[in-house]
Structures are given as C-alpha cells and as structure tokens.
Design a protein around this ligand. Structure first.
Ligand code: BV8
Length: 244
C-alpha cells in the first residue's frame, strides 16, 4: 500500500460518517443509515426547517441523545497521532458533526458542516453556543436574548444544511493549506461516500495542485476512480497501520 509520507509531506485528511461508524454512530447512506426513514429535505435543509422546525429539532435532538456514551475509536485516535507527528503540515477537515475528532484530541480541525452540540439563533447575531440539549418532542427552543428584547426567535442547530453555504473562514483555511502544500500535498479521504459537495470535490482540487489522493473506505464509493491509491476496509483497522 503506497501511502508514503516523508518530511516534506503536507497531509490533508477528509473524514465522513464512516470513521464514526465503529463508535456506533449511524452513517447516512449505509443500510440502516440516517437517510432511511428521514427525508433529507425535510430534516436537513432550510426549507424543511421553515416548514416544520419541530420535525427538524426532533431529528437533531435524537442524534444528540444518541451521542450519550459514544466515544472516539482507533480511527479517530490514529489521526490524532498523525497530527502530532506532522504538526502544521497536517490538517483535518471533517464532514461529521459528532465532535468525536475533537474528543479524541484532534486540534488542527475544520468542522465543515458544523457541530451537533451547538445551537444558534435564527434572528440575532449572538455567537453559536454549546447546546447539548436533546429537546423533548414538540419543543422548539427559543432564543433567550431575543425574548428579553421582546420578540420570539427560534434557535436552530449550528449545522450546514443542504443548500446552505459552508463557512467562508473554513474554505479560506482549506485553500491556504492546499496552496502552501502545492505538489507536496497528500490527500487522504476516510469513510465518505464522496457524494456531497464541496467536500467531494477536494480530491479534484488536490489533483489540480499536483498532489496525490488516497482513500480508506469500507467499500468503493462512486468517486473511487479519482483516487491514486485505495485501501478497502474499516478505518479503525486500517488507519493505525497506514503510517506505522
Ligand atoms: C453548498 C448536515 C453552495 C449535517 C450535510 C456542487 C458544489 C456545491 C454544492 C453542490 C454541488 N452539487 C450539488 C450541491 C448541493 C449539495 C450537494 O452536494 N448535494 C449532493 C447530495 C449532490 N451541497 C450543498 O448543499 C452544500 N452547500 O455547497 O452550497 C451554495 C452556493 C451558493 C448559495 C448557496 C449555497 C452543503 C453540504 C452540507 C450538507 N449537510 N449534513 C448533518 O445532518 O450531518 S451533508 C451529510 O452528508 C453529512 O454532513 C455527511 O457527513 C455528508 C456526507 O456523507 P458521508 O459522510 O460521506 O456519509 P455516507 O453515509 O454518505 O458514507 C459513509 C461512507 O463510509 C460509506 O462510503 C461507507 O462505505 C463508509 N464506511 C462505513 N463504515 C466504515 C466506512 N468506511 C471506513 N470504515 C468504516 N468502519
């Protein structure tokens, strides 16, 4: 398996739901995944939230409740070790909102799609804040600051839904790392079906900059042909061996 890094390597890692699967967190598109029984547009889009905020809060409250007692696995920890070895030549960008990379000790991390354990107001400009509350069914949380200012405003999960922009600071940080690395860039995608943009486009951006792309995934995803090296298997097993 020619996933070799050397003292000049800049390593960009992209993770998806597959890296948290061995921690017991359901993925989206595997059998039994989150998109079974839930319509993506109803529960993960701004239109869905506008139409039925209670349904959306039920979906995310259930996912918050399901995170109780869930801990990072050997795959998350292998990436922490890589970060320790490479320092500023390492950057992790995750599509996951489960917070498990930070819980494992990753620090150089971009949460591209936000974080399940944060909420923000749909009206005022208060900063997103930590909110682990799994709201009871039928309860849509309201903003306390707006309430004291005399009007009602719904809170929402601090998450990027379909059709919503990725935070510009996150994209800028990604671009800066890729530009600094140039042809020294190695891109490792782990546990993602490669269907959601702009994350799914990173493999092409890396190629444009002369970098090499590697994939660790339980099965070959649709974009498997765009990777230079592919290792099929469980992240929790393969990642610790990859750069040993
Ligand atoms: C945007 C919410 C632009 C949080 C999510 C081109 C460019 C830009 C946008 C688009 C574009 N084309 C289409 C779009 C629109 C859209 C999109 O990509 N649609 C797709 C479906 C075609 N993109 C967007 O809307 C993005 N916004 O760019 O806006 C814009 C411009 C102007 C004005 C306005 C807007 C926003 C995308 C973010 C959407 N939010 N989630 C949440 O609820 O979690 S995406 C959702 O899918 C999750 O975040 C998830 O992380 C993500 C990707 O899924 P995966 O992580 O890959 O998980 P999946 O289950 O699919 O796959 C798991 C894989 O793991 C499998 O392959 C499996 O085999 C493997 N696996 C399983 N177990 C293991 C394993 N591998 C290893 N080990 C194991 N043990």
């Amino acid at each position: 398996m020619a996933f070799t890094i050397d003292p000049s390597t800049y390593l960009l890692v992209l993770t998806g739901a597959g890296i948290s699967a061995e921690s017991g967190v359901p993925t989206f598109r595997d059998a039994g995944g989150l998109w079974e029984g839930n319509s993506v547009t109803d529960v993960a889009s701004p239109d869905g939230f506008r139409v039925d905020p209670l349904l959306v809060w039920k979906f995310y409250s259930q996912r918050r409740a399901n995170m109780t007692g869930v801990s990072p696995n050997t795959g998350h920890r292998a990436l922490v070790e890589l970060e320790r070895r490479l320092g500023e030549r390492f950057l992790l960008v995750t599509q996951n909102i489960d917070g498990l990379h930070a819980a494992a000790g990753s620090e150089r991390i971009i949460e591209l799609h936000g974080n399940l354990m944060r909420s923000r107001c749909t009206v005022c400009d208060r900063d997103p804040f930590e909110d682990r509350t799994a709201y009871r069914e039928g309860v849509a949380p309201m903003c306390g600051r707006c309430k004291s200012a005399g009007h009602d405003a719904l809170l929402r999960p601090d998450i990027v839904w379909f059709g919503e922009r990725i935070a510009s600071a996150a994209l800028a940080r990604l671009d800066a790392f890729i530009l600094t690395a140039g042809a020294r860039l190695r891109f490792l995608a782990v546990g993602t079906s490669g269907l959601v943009y702009p994350a799914a486009g990173l493999v092409d951006v890396v190629r444009e900059h002369g970098g090499k792309s590697w994939l660790v995934n339980a099965e070959a995803p649709a974009n498997v042909g765009r990777f230079d090296e592919v290792a099929i298997g469980a992240a929790g097993t393969l990642l610790p061996q990859l750069f040993a």
